[in-house]
Design a protein around this ligand. Structure first.
Ligand SMILES: NC(=O)c1ccc[n+]([C@@H]2O[C@H](COP(=O)([O-])OP(=O)(O)OC[C@H]3O[C@@H](n4cnc5c(N)ncnc54)[C@H](O)[C@@H]3O)[C@@H](O)[C@H]2O)c1
Length: 262
């Protein structure tokens, strides 16, 4: 049994791109290159999420041959206002050159280093049902530094069957296989009742990060990073914005905190 602490599971729901930058209890700061957030120059979690978006946009620009990008161009392509973009990039020590903007290649390197993407992070998926199949078959992870290297399920009919080119291993082999293959990220796509024991096995196999799709809060040792994905929350956020627009259209007015008064 893995030693547990009652750690909060961070939500992997991407914070709104224009969410506030200030670190808060809900959006803790993270250290550059995974270093101590207290000592290192810290970056609010919402800004970290935006860095990942800038990286995707910049990579596409680099593929199209761009060598420099103006902050306005990058902010429009990323859907972030340019003041926020400049603030985010200042966390990297990147201020651009007046009249020229940012060097694409340099900025890509800085963001990759900050996000710890200069090496690959091998991924294991546990629970090869509807969601696990989709994740295992998705070709977009390896190119972004996250090769899927192991799949696990408890279903004897699935064990040995290749999905996305990788044979499914049995649940009991999680610790040994993860350790042998150097898996650093475990994705849990099992029913919620199985998620904690799957998590424990992943941790004993040396996995450092868990991406949890099961609707349950996991207990993990302090050194394990957990992110929770809940598409229903995303839908609820969309619902909130639709409702707010409807209220605005009905003559409501906004108050300082972005809420509306009826
Ligand atoms: N977060 C989201 O937005 C989101 C969206 C869809 C589904 N989900 C969640 O993801 C999970 C998977 O959903 P699904 O639709 O793919 O379910 P599914 O029933 O299609 O697949 C679950 C798989 O887990 C396997 N499994 C069961 N117990 C296991 C164990 N102890 N060890 C290893 N494998 C085990 C099953 O054999 C099955 O193959 C569920 O918890 C669901 O609620 C989350």
């Amino acid at each position: 049994m893995v030693a547990r602490r009652g750690r909060r599971n961070g939500s992997a729901v991407t914070p709104a791109l224009d969410a506030d930058n200030a670190p808060t209890a809900e959006m803790p700061a993270v250290g550059v290159n995974g270093s101590d957030p207290v000592r290192a120059k810290s970056i609010p979690e919402a800004a970290v999420a935006r860095l990942a978006v800038y990286l995707r946009v910049l990579s596409a620009m680099a593929e199209q041959g761009a060598t420099t990008v103006a902050s306005e161009e990058l902010s429009a392509a990323a859907g972030v206002n340019s003041a926020k973009l400049r603030k985010d990039l200042s966390y990297l020590g990147s201020y651009g050159t007046r009249g020229v903007g940012y060097e694409v290649r340099v900025l890509v390197g800085q963001i990759e280093r900050t996000l710890g993407l200069t090496r690959q992070h091998k991924v294991a998926v546990v629970g090869i049902g509807n969601l696990g199949h989709a994740l295992a078959n998705y070709g977009g992870f390896p190119g972004r530094g996250f090769p899927v290297e192991a799949l696990f399920d408890v279903d004897a009919d699935l064990v040995g069957v290749p999905v996305g080119g990788i044979p499914v291993s049995h649940l009991d082999d999680i610790p040994a296989v993860c350790s042998e293959r150097g898996i650093s990220i475990g994705v849990i796509a099992t029913p919620p009742t199985a998620a904690q024991s799957v998590c424990d096995r992943l941790v004993s196999g040396g996995v450092q990060c868990i991406l949890n799709f099961a609707p349950v809060v996991l207990q993990v040792p302090e050194h394990i990073e957990v992110r929770k994905v809940d598409l229903a929350v995303e839908l609820q956020i969309l619902s909130f914005h639709v409702a707010r627009r409807a209220d605005d259209a009905n003559g409501s007015h906004k108050v300082g905190n972005g809420m509306v008064v009826r």
